[in-house]
Design a protein around this ligand. Structure first.
Ligand SMILES: *Cc1c(COP(=O)(O)O)cnc(C)c1O
Length: 428
């Protein structure tokens, strides 16, 4: 089978919450002492999302309306065999890729955006604020908000805003209001603009701006596209679908590979498998791949840190490069975040996740090979996962192992002209 389709009837009916099965108790978010302007989570987050964030229930039912929107927006997504790539590598390994790029906005992010906009609307919220790096999350939340009839304000990291002006237009098409961050709308933005006029921005700063707005107005809530546990929870439809599809193909995963920025696509693809691994039922290897320029899991520290740049958010126990970290302006915009999802951090710290890095050029070279063999152009973020999947398939060629390797294909690269352009003309 080259392509395993999942009928929309078989879209999962619940999200899987790994809090119920973690090998040790997850450290809770903490307020920071000695700071005067600390936002409490209940003031900034959608109530239902906060409830899910702290829940220990193993399965959380997906409301019927959300499941219907998942179906209308293209779930289940196909699981494909990368036969061309296997042949090119002359490997005995089987390489699968889960096509989250088939979502209308081109990445996995809509899975959480739909859930968050739905809960917000139900709670009487009139506007969501958020940050976006590369633009994927802002696009997904703009669409989801439009589907729910609420407003959406997006703070877009300035370097991405300038590198990817077309992304802004797409968000506007979906009724999003987009500002380059640091902006002049918020105290935080004005301060940074005063000190450093050409500041490239960072996800941390954009989060601070979006949070500041949410704290200032009761009908406005702040919505996150990654990092938090409830976001990874919503993404677990991906891993559950992969499990069903592998069963349909009469196969089992030896390795699951995904890129990590804040960890939501990795968590979503891996947690349902991790459940079985923690019970000792399977021996699947899980590989998280991050950019060498933002090596949170491989070189960060496991400690409490802020989710944003300024220190508005409560502290999360996670791998971090320090909340004032500003990643170099490279193209894998969606992976340039200083912190990491707390559940993934705990599992990585206890040795359940194999963490690797890929350089930008290695990642793009892998993406080009993939595109030439399979036709689909991967997102720059996804390229990181592909790079390591190719390494693993090459190892199989040496050892003769017929491993089944699953790539979570988090998004397509059809809006990443600039990155592919500089890779192809050699200026990267
Ligand atoms: C946002 C994004 C990522 C990184 O976010 P995670 O929360 O780490 O998954 C990866 N791939 C694509 C295509 C994205 O849009």
């Amino acid at each position: 089978m080259f392509r395993i389709d999942l009928p929309s009837n078989d879209v999962p009916k619940k999200w899987y919450n790994i809090n119920a099965d973690l090998p040790s108790k997850l450290p809770e978010p903490k307020s920071s002492e000695g700071k005067d302007q600390v936002g409490d989570l209940p003031d900034m987050l959608i109530n239902e999302c906060l409830k899910q964030e702290l829940s220990n229930e193993r399965y959380i039912k997906i409301p019927k309306e959300i499941r219907e929107l998942y179906q209308r927006m293209g779930r289940g997504t196909p699981l494909c065999r990368a036969r061309g790539l296997e042949e090119k590598l002359n490997t005995p390994a089987k390489i699968y890729y889960k096509r989250e790029d088939t979502s209308p906005t081109g990445s996995h992010k809509l899975n959480s955006a739909i859930a968050q906009a739905y809960f917000a609307k139900k709670e009487g919220v009139e506007r969501l604020t958020t940050e976006t790096g590369a633009g994927q999350w802002g696009t997904a939340l703009s669409l989801a908000s439009s589907l729910m009839g609420i407003d959406c304000t997006v703070y877009m990291v300035r370097v991405s805003f300038e590198q990817k002006p077309f992304r802004k237009s797409i968000m506007q098409v979906y009724n999003g209001t987009v500002y380059p961050s640091p902006s002049m709308n918020t105290e935080v933005g004005r301060q940074i603009n005063k000190e450093t006029p050409d500041h490239p921005g960072s996800l941390g700063i954009a989060i601070s701006e979006a949070v500041e707005e949410a704290l200032a107005d009761e009908k406005t809530k702040y919505s996150l596209g990654s990092v938090m546990n409830h976001v990874a929870l919503h993404q677990t439809v991906i891993g559950q679908e992969i499990q069903t599809q592998l069963e349909m193909a009469d196969d089992e995963a030896d390795t699951v590979v995904a890129c990590v920025g804040g960890g939501s696509n990795f968590g979503g693809a891996v947690f349902p498998f991790m459940k079985d691994k923690l019970k000792g039922n399977i021996d699947t290897e899980f590989i998280a791949v991050e950019p060498a320029a933002c090596p949170t899991l491989t070189q960060g520290e496991y400690r409490y840190d802020f989710g944003d740049n300024i220190g508005f958010t409560p502290l999360l126990k996670m791998f971090t490069l320090g909340h004032d970290f500003v990643a170099p302006a490279e193209h894998a915009g969606g992976l340039r975040y200083h912190g990491m999802n707390p559940q993934i951090s705990l599992l990585a710290n206890e040795g359940y996740i194999n963490c690797r890095t890929a350089t930008q050029k290695e990642a793009f070279a892998a993406g080009q090979m993939f595109a030439q063999c399979e036709g689909v152009l991967p997102a720059p973020e996804t390229n990181h996962a592909i790079k390591v999947a190719i390494d693993e398939a090459r190892k199989c060629k040496e050892t003769g192992e017929e491993k089944s390797i699953v790539i979570n294909f988090s998004g397509h690269g059809l809006m990443d002209f600039k990155g592919y352009g500089s890779f192809m003309d050699g200026s990267m």
